[in-house]
Design a protein around this ligand. Structure first.
Ligand SMILES: *[C@@H]1O[C@H](CO)[C@@H](O)[C@H](O)[C@H]1NC(C)=O
Ligand SMILES: *[C@@H]1O[C@H](CO)[C@@H](O)[C@H](O)[C@H]1NC(C)=O
Ligand SMILES: *[C@@H]1O[C@H](CO)[C@@H](O)[C@H](O)[C@H]1NC(C)=O
Ligand SMILES: *[C@@H]1O[C@H](CO)[C@@H](O)[C@H](O)[C@H]1NC(C)=O
Ligand SMILES: *[C@@H]1O[C@H](CO)[C@@H](O)[C@H](O)[C@H]1NC(C)=O
Ligand SMILES: *[C@@H]1O[C@H](CO)[C@@H](O)[C@H](O)[C@H]1NC(C)=O
Ligand SMILES: *[C@@H]1O[C@H](CO)[C@@H](O)[C@H](O)[C@H]1NC(C)=O
Length: 563
């Protein structure tokens, strides 16, 4: 168990040196595609002007009002040798050409990250903070010799309270540039503010659906409040980048793989603690970064969540009575079975009660039963199989008396996990089937009337097959098959009525490659993705496939199908 409270300054990319000895380690190399780069250097004199490739993650376009936004470019920077250095900062000021921003809340705020790079470079993790509040956790696309471009648009409306006054924008990306890894990331960060001129400001009663009044990075002291949610950002790297493929330690020690293969089994849990007590748990989605398994899989279609890593909300209003009792309290995070490196931080959202100077609150009920994952192992030498299962529940109920009345808030989580791992052919093939169910619900009620209720059902299926063949000269070839899914259903009820959304997002890929000296020297990969979003507010469908950097087909629609 690793416990830590992370802050901005500890967000550094630690790279542990690993020495490949067994086939199953190969996917733990941080791979880049080298061959194309070397080849294009020699053909550089050719008369074709190099045209950059645009990489992207398939997502529903952010719905915005049909009006031009007020836009402001906040940061422009070339990330070269930034590894281990302090974050790059700039000052955000509410744009003077956007007077509406001082008068009312925008109906939509969009953060736009646009970046260009050329040459050879690894996938680098980065974060964008506004006065310490994490807005975006992401991973860079790996460039090619002829250049790449990519843009991320993220809806940051929920952070609206930050934008009415000046704030420090900070970006940390640990990049290293040398004679071989030449890729510099040229980055622009902008904000776009959209105003819907037909709509008036939402009524104050919608306290639970409107953007929070105050958002604070978790390390600061807490003011009195009326409701509170923690948003947790996390990413996993190095020995735990592919935690869901890590075998138990017994397999590693019996086969003398210690120090060369990442272990601790395939189960990870991020716990959220208040004064050391687990008040919420996160069983994270298996984001695969742009260099993962076979870097050629992610060009130009990037992995699900890789450009905008999912964050996780934990409702902590039931604990408000404790938090505001005038004593000191600490929030902390732990990762069960963690190996290096996890980066975790959180934003605390507070809804303030402007009409009363005193908030009374108390916890009514809290259940967080102990649990332990079960592991069934059977192996002989490098071949064998491991089944890991786990499930847990957490629930909390508490009341808050404010000018809105005496409001009872309930939060419950139900989590299930299953991982089946198999090694065959003397450890040269590995197969992993994992399914994660991450469900939670919450409601707030005043007397008998429900103010807000929400149920969210997420499941994250993952299938991996990888086969490696070693050459005597230290190089190897690999075949990888992969299926990855992010499915989510949300139901909510609020004063304005019911809402519903459903997302089915799945990718499948197949890739082959040769690797020598830690770099991909040749290979080809194809990726397919099916994205289906349906809701009472609109739909989005996309069916897309790529092979060897080119799109094979791409169909999309915003029509809602009648089913
Ligand atoms: C990963 O990349 C870094 C440079 O960014 C390098 O120092 C390190 O040796 C690489 N690790 C492996 C296992 O190749
Ligand atoms: C960043 O903005 C500048 C100025 O508008 C523009 O010239 C440049 O192309 C932009 N770069 C990227 C990567 O979008
Ligand atoms: C592991 O190392 C020990 C001591 O060097 C040796 O006796 C044993 O045979 C080795 N086991 C395997 C599976 O190589
Ligand atoms: C809370 O902690 C701070 C610093 O750690 C200390 O100065 C302060 O007196 C503490 N307050 C209470 C109420 O214990
Ligand atoms: C608020 O409601 C809860 C549960 O119904 C009750 O236990 C509590 O005493 C109430 N608080 C106040 C201040 O009335
Ligand atoms: C290693 O051997 C393979 C297969 O024989 C060959 O294709 C590759 O070029 C060799 N690599 C080096 C670095 O010699
Ligand atoms: C991939 O596409 C490039 C052109 O972009 C072509 O030269 C190469 O032969 C293709 N590779 C395969 C294996 O089809």
């Amino acid at each position: 168990m690793a416990n830590f409270v992370l802050s901005l300054s500890s967000f550094l990319l630690l790279v542990s040196a690993i020495n490949p000895t067994a086939a199953i380690l190969h996917r733990h190399l941080n791979l880049t595609f080298f061959n194309e780069f070397a080849a294009s250097l020699s053909s550089h004199q050719s008369s074709f002007p190099p045209s950059p490739t645009t990489y992207f993650e398939v997502r529903r376009p952010i719905p915005v009002p049909n009006s031009l936004p007020c836009s402001t470019l906040v940061l422009q920077h070339d990330f070269a040798s930034t590894y281990g250095r302090p974050p790059i900062t700039s000052v955000y000021t509410p744009p003077s050409h956007c007077p509406d921003l001082l008068l009312r809340s925008p109906s939509r705020i969009v953060l736009e990250w646009s970046a260009a790079s050329a040459g050879l470079q690894f996938d680098r993790i980065f974060s964008v903070w506004l006065s310490g509040v994490d807005l975006l956790r992401s991973c860079t696309a790996e460039p090619r010799a002829t250049g790449i471009l990519w843009t991320i648009r993220k809806d940051v409306t929920r952070y609206a309270s930050l934008f009415s006054k000046p704030q420090t924008l900070a970006v940390y990306m640990g990049n290293i540039v040398d004679e071989t890894y030449t890729g510099i990331y040229h980055v622009n960060v902008s904000f776009h503010f959209y105003f819907d001129h037909r709509q008036s400001t939402p009524p104050a009663v919608q306290a639970f659906v409107a953007p929070a009044d105050l958002i604070i990075p978790i390390s600061k002291n807490l003011p009195l409040s009326d409701g509170a949610v923690l948003e947790v950002y996390l990413s996993f790297h190095s020995s735990d980048e592919f935690w869901y493929t890590n075998p138990p330690n017994s397999y590693i020690s019996d086969n003398n793989l210690t120090g060369s293969v990442s272990g601790n089994g395939a189960f990870r849990e991020v716990t959220v603690r208040l004064d050391g007590v687990v008040v919420g748990a996160i069983w994270p989605f298996t984001v695969i970064y742009t260099g993962g398994f076979n870097p050629l899989l992610w060009r130009p279609i990037s992995g699900i969540g890789s450009f905008d890593l999912p964050s996780y909300n934990i409702e902590i209003t039931p604990f408000l009575g404790k938090i505001i009792d005038g004593k000191n309290h600490s929030f902390g995070f732990g990762v069960t079975n963690a190996l290096d490196v996890w980066f975790i931080d959180a934003n605390l959202y507070l809804w303030l009660d402007g009409k009363s100077s005193f908030t009374a609150a108390s916890l009514l009920k809290f259940e967080s039963p102990e649990f332990a994952p079960s592991v069934k192992s059977k192996f002989k030498g490098l071949d064998g199989h491991f089944n890991t299962r786990a499930s847990r529940t957490i629930s909390s109920t508490g009341w808050v008396k404010s000018s809105y009345g005496n409001i009872t808030t309930h939060f419950s989580q139900k989590l299930d996990y299953s991982n089946k791992m198999k090694f065959t052919e003397d450890g040269n093939t590995q197969e992993v089937k994992q399914i994660l169910n991450y469900n939670h619900g919450s409601y707030s009620k005043c007397e008998t009337s429900v103010l807000y209720a929400e149920q969210i059902f997420k499941n994250f299926p993952l299938y991996l097959y990888s086969r490696t063949a070693n050459q005597d000269n230290g190089s190897f070839s690999s075949i990888a098959d992969l299926r990855l899914g992010f499915n989510e259903k949300k139901f909510s009820k609020e004063a304005s009525g019911f809402s519903f959304s459903s997302l089915k997002n799945s990718q499948s890929g197949h890739g082959v490659m040769r690797v020598g000296g830690g770099r991909v020297t040749s290979g080809i990969a194809s990726t397919k993705q099916l994205y289906r979003y349906e809701s009472n507010e609109g739909c989005y469908f996309r069916d897309i496939g790529s092979k060897n950097y080119s799109l094979l087909y791409d169909e999309s629609s915003e029509l809602c199908e009648k089913t």
